[in-house]
Design a protein. Structure first.
Length: 384
């Protein structure tokens, strides 16, 4: 059973590899693209934040109905379809409102399929370790997130054409959809990978530790600057040349991939200390990115990658241990809704603060992320 679970994680990881090539390739240039269409920092921050609000907030609904109907693959197919096709459609955008709408549509598609995907991975994680399952998936996920921005960087370097760059992303988008069909064909019932009963369940809802983890996640989300704002800063200050911005993003994704793989494996062995170390390191990106020159900006993006890798590999792994098996999609959806609301509020706030004081942006970012660390400790104690 463990071998089947591992193969399933790898197949879903390949799906994610092509998916991230598509939307993370776009994400690495969407901030400057919006700027080139006339958007200011407030618009970029609001668009990024509202996109994440839809990308996370809608998951509480899709997660609930996925559990209620047990049609997990239906939600996955529909989500990937919207998620993938919205990105190359940016090639047709000639003004920033249309481009912003497509950015939000891409995030919404991700919201449709993400709770079901995470629930399936958690079932596989019961066989091979939750940290390893989510970490390995995130490694493949971030591998695609590394390749995509590099392709965008090459196109911008040689052609200087945003629309051509977005059109090129149709290729990995189609490959992703094809791999979803393969995954559904060979693994139609991944929930059967988990046979044992859930560890934690309270009769009146989810456990106290679950809600504390949700609060910690909200603090991380609110303080974590979206790359669209970071890229906008690089372009405005000319700290990083335009053609290098997607390369910096790609380097962050490499870091995130390696961090997710290492932290995921270490989480299964050492537990909470790994969570605290990962998010403490990730919180330090802001002063490097917003205050430094080229070298410090690169160091800041590496730390940003550590934080991103930790979010995507560690949070769902620790949640899997405190929620019942048959409510995973619902629980992940609710958690992601809270996460997305906080991301939206934080991104919008940092966009507004940026137009007034970069120092305020840095203080806001670091303080909120570090505030999450004691909440993680409280959540762990509540789970005992």
């Amino acid at each position: 059973m463990a071998k089947i679970a591992l193969r399933f994680v790898l197949v879903i990881g390949i799906v994610q590899l092509f998916a991230d090539m598509t939307y993370e390739g776009a994400r690495g240039i969407v901030g400057p693209f919006l700027g080139s269409l006339g958007a200011n920092a407030t618009v970029v921050g609001f668009t990024a934040g509202f996109g994440e609000l839809m990308g996370y907030g809608f998951r509480s609904i899709t997660g609930y109905f996925a559990d209620k109907t047990h049609r997990y693959w239906t939600f996955i197919f529909a989500g990937y379809f919207v998620n993938m096709l919205a990105v190359p459609a940016l090639a047709l955008a000639g003004n920033w409102p249309l481009a912003a709408a497509l950015v939000v549509a891409e995030r919404t598609g991700r919201a449709i399929r993400k709770p079901s995907t995470d629930a399936m991975l958690s079932h596989a994680g019961s066989q091979i370790g939750h940290g390893w399952a989510f970490g390995l998936n995130e490694f493949l996920d971030q591998t695609g997130a590394t390749i995509g921005p590099l392709i965008m960087a090459a196109i911008l370097f040689f052609k200087h054409d945003y629309h051509l760059a977005f059109a090129t992303l149709l290729i990995p988008a189609v490959l992703c959809l094809a791999m979803v069909v393969v995954a559904r064909t060979f693994y139609p019932r991944p929930h059967e990978l988990e046979k044992r009963a859930p560890v934690v369940l309270e009769t009146n809802g989810f456990s106290k530790s679950y809600w504390l983890y949700a609060v910690a996640g909200m603090l991380i989300a609110a303080g974590f600057a979206d790359f669209a704002l970071v890229a906008f800063h690089f372009q405005k200050t000319q700290t990083v040349p335009q053609s290098w911005i997607p390369i910096f993003y790609s380097m962050a994704m490499v870091t995130g991939a390696i961090a997710a793989l290492i932290f995921g494996k270490l989480l299964d062995k050492f537990g909470l200390p790994i969570v605290l170390i990962a998010f403490a390191l990730g919180a330090l990106f802001a002063p490097c990115v917003f205050f430094g020159g080229f070298g410090f900006a690169l160091a800041g993006m590496i730390l940003w990658g550590v934080g991103m890798g930790a979010q995507d590999s560690l949070l769902k792994a620790i949640l899997s241990k405190v929620i019942p098996r048959d409510k995973r999609s619902t629980a992940f959806g609710i958690f992601d809704t809270a996460f997305g609301i906080a991301w939206f509020a934080g991104s919008a706030a940092m966009g507004l603060l940026y137009d007034k004081s970069i120092l305020a942006v840095v203080i806001f970012s670091v303080a909120l992320q570090l505030a999450a660390l004691p909440v993680f400790i409280l959540a762990k104690r509540a789970a005992k």
